[in-house]
Design a protein around this ligand. Structure first.
Ligand SMILES: *[C@@H]1O[C@H](CO)[C@@H](O)[C@H](O)[C@H]1NC(C)=O
Ligand SMILES: *[C@@H]1O[C@H](CO)[C@@H](O)[C@H](O)[C@H]1NC(C)=O
Ligand SMILES: *[C@@H]1O[C@H](CO)[C@@H](O)[C@H](O)[C@H]1NC(C)=O
Ligand SMILES: *[C@@H]1O[C@H](CO)[C@@H](O)[C@H](O)[C@H]1NC(C)=O
Ligand SMILES: *[C@@H]1O[C@H](CO)[C@@H](O)[C@H](O)[C@H]1NC(C)=O
Ligand SMILES: *[C@@H]1O[C@H](CO)[C@@H](O)[C@H](O)[C@H]1NC(C)=O
Length: 372
């Protein structure tokens, strides 16, 4: 594997990056600093860590991007604490802590007592190791808006830590935005998209084979979804089928969940969008309403009428439905037994409580050259 400069130099100092010739190391050792303008580059030249300003912003952030693509930031350290009208440096101190700071002003830190080196790996993991090579901290545990292949979305039940995705505030502001994407809860795992903490969409629960409601979220020519459930960990992850293809799962600032890949096209290609099936919207039809993908999305269950006919007719279904009359078990009221069979009919009879679902993943095989 080609390595850009002699290892000996790493020991002395991080090389200053002069304009044009970006000579970088992949490791930061104790007593070394990474200043604005310098970068760490993973050994195989896949990822780069350094300072950047997104869009036209003048704020500075420490973050990670692909070395060989248009600027695409996959991780940001100080997303909620930008460096404004100043500069800062990343330092691995003698006591083993990592901090992004200017003098006594700290923008981001990882506190340990044994940090010996910080390394950027080719899979996009930034790891702080102790003298024996154990990970004390890793950026894979600190997901921002991007899930890289191998990252785990979910729960580490031993440490109690949860790894969620949180969108940027806007396309040029890494500040924690309105949308989160998480796997919860571990007992009955569902993938949930929230806006301002309110459930918007959910996929699941995991039925042992796939997330119910997502018949398409399964192995395909581009990536293999992974769901793992053990006493130690419950998580969603994925791996790419072809190692040479860069691939990422992105929660966009406006709440879309996208799989993108980078081939030889010199641009990111949208492979899959977790499509917004209206019926995946949480509580779309309110109490006693049921959801159908189609023109008339919500219907009341048999024996129920819209609670607020006026808003129901103006396509606001959130008030749901109420009983036409009080239950009277001696008068023919009972359970509706047939919903299982009716699930397979394409036009459900009036008032049947079973949602018709479209697949919520949309593939674009033509864009990937898979269609031919
Ligand atoms: C770091 O710097 C301190 C103070 O200059 C020095 O005592 C220590 O030996 C250095 N540690 C390493 C690993 O170079
Ligand atoms: C940064 O500098 C600009 C222009 O000088 C000024 O308007 C702004 O208030 C400063 N921001 C902070 C946080 O100091
Ligand atoms: C700290 O900030 C001052 C003023 O903003 C700047 O002149 C200086 O270069 C900064 N120091 C580092 C280490 O970035
Ligand atoms: C790390 O320690 C510094 C200084 O004691 C403190 O300001 C900072 O909040 C700590 N960071 C974390 C993540 O605990
Ligand atoms: C991840 O980063 C956020 C914000 O910087 C911080 O609050 C959180 O403690 C970090 N988590 C881990 C596991 O490092
Ligand atoms: C992750 O999401 C779960 C479910 O919404 C929430 O309980 C938890 O606080 C979130 N954790 C983090 C670190 O954001």
């Amino acid at each position: 594997m080609w390595f850009p400069f002699p290892l000996l130099l790493v020991h002395c100092s991080i090389l200053v990056v002069s304009s044009g010739a970006a000579e970088s190391s992949h490791t930061l050792s104790v007593n070394q600093t990474l200043s604005d303008g310098q970068t760490l580059v993973s050994l195989g030249q896949v990822f780069e860590l350094g300072f950047f300003s997104p869009g036209t912003s003048r704020n500075r952030y420490l973050g990670m991007w692909y070395r060989n693509s248009t600027p695409t930031y996959v991780w940001v350290a100080n997303r909620n604490d930008p460096i404004v009208n100043s500069t800062a440096e990343l330092a691995l101190t003698q006591d083993g802590s990592l901090s992004l700071r200017n003098g006594s002003t700290s923008y981001w830190s990882v506190n340990t007592t044994a940090g010996a080196s910080l390394q950027l790996l080719d899979d996009g993991n930034l790891v702080l190791k102790d003298g024996s090579g154990n990970y004390l901290w890793q950026s894979y545990d600190n997901i921002t808006n991007t899930l890289l292949p191998g990252m785990k979305l979910g729960w580490n039940l031993e440490t109690g830590s949860v790894r969620n995705m949180t969108s940027w505030a806007s396309s040029t502001d890494p500040f924690s935005g309105q949308f989160t994407f998480s796997l919860d809860p571990p007992e009955s795992p569902q993938l949930v998209l929230r806006k301002d903490g309110q459930k918007l969409y959910r996929w699941g629960p995991w039925n042992g084979v796939r997330f119910s409601g997502t018949s398409e979220l399964r192995a395909n020519p581009v990536f293999d979804p992974i769901f793992n459930s053990s006493p130690q960990e419950v998580y969603y992850s994925y791996q790419v089928v072809e190692d040479s293809v860069l691939s990422r799962l992105l929660l966009t600032w406006d709440g879309q969940i996208q799989y993108l890949s980078w081939r030889n096209s010199n641009e990111w290609t949208l492979m899959v969008t977790l499509q917004r099936d209206e019926c995946d919207t949480y509580r779309k039809c309110g109490p006693f309403g049921s959801c159908y993908s189609g023109d008339m999305i919500c219907k009341c269950l048999e024996g129920f009428v819209p609670t607020s006919p006026q808003s129901w007719n103006s396509i606001d279904w959130t008030d749901g439905c109420t009983r036409k009359w009080e239950l009277n078990c001696g008068n023919g009221d009972g359970f509706n037994r047939d919903s299982e069979n009716l699930a397979s009919t394409s036009t459900p009879p009036e008032g049947v409580a079973f949602p018709q679902r479209r697949p919520i993943l949309v593939f674009y095989p033509g864009l990937l050259g898979l269609g031919s």
